[in-house]
Design a protein around this ligand. Sequence first.
Ligand code: HEC
Length: 157
Amino acid sequence: MKLVKIILGAIAIIWILSLVISKIMLPIQNPEGHYSGLILDQESDQILKESCFDCHSNLTKSYWYMKMPLVSIFIAHHISEGREELNFSKWDSLTDKQKKKAIEKSLDEISEGEMPLKPYINMHPSAEIDSEKLEKLKKAAHRIYGVIPEDGVPDKD
Ligand code: HEC
């Protein structure tokens, strides 16, 4: 069947183009270099790792859907933008003031339901930050960087 061949050919071309474009947008999947020590504390860092690191660090993991046609472009765009805004792997190179600001912004984004991005949560439900996790992050942010969340100083444990 000629039509089937044409359709399969078109899919193959779109697929290959998608992979090439996404590779160009995100040339190095996992560039070298990572922070030493901690961002906040063990528990909070675990939350950030699970919910944010795929887009905001050099430790992006690979998932099958990242190779799908067009989706790969969409995701490469998110990761390169995410890393540009905030790359936790470069934590060591930030000043204390920049760190505080980054954590402040992060808490705002999470509280407003902007982060992690919705499509990511759809694919990774456990990445959603519930109120318990958010409270943990707020407490650590206050204790370590003196961040005061919009809803006031968190209670002590
Ligand atoms: C699926 C990828 C993805 C995940 C996961 C993700 N982000 Fe983002 N993040 C982005 C992109 C893309 C941007 C830039 C565009 C935007 O602001 O929407 C961004 C922007 C940001 C910004 C800057 C916002 C601004 O306007 O200045 C902060 C802060 C941030 N993210 C924090 C987080 C935190 C904290 C988490 C985890 C709880 C997280 N992100 C999870 C992709 C992601």
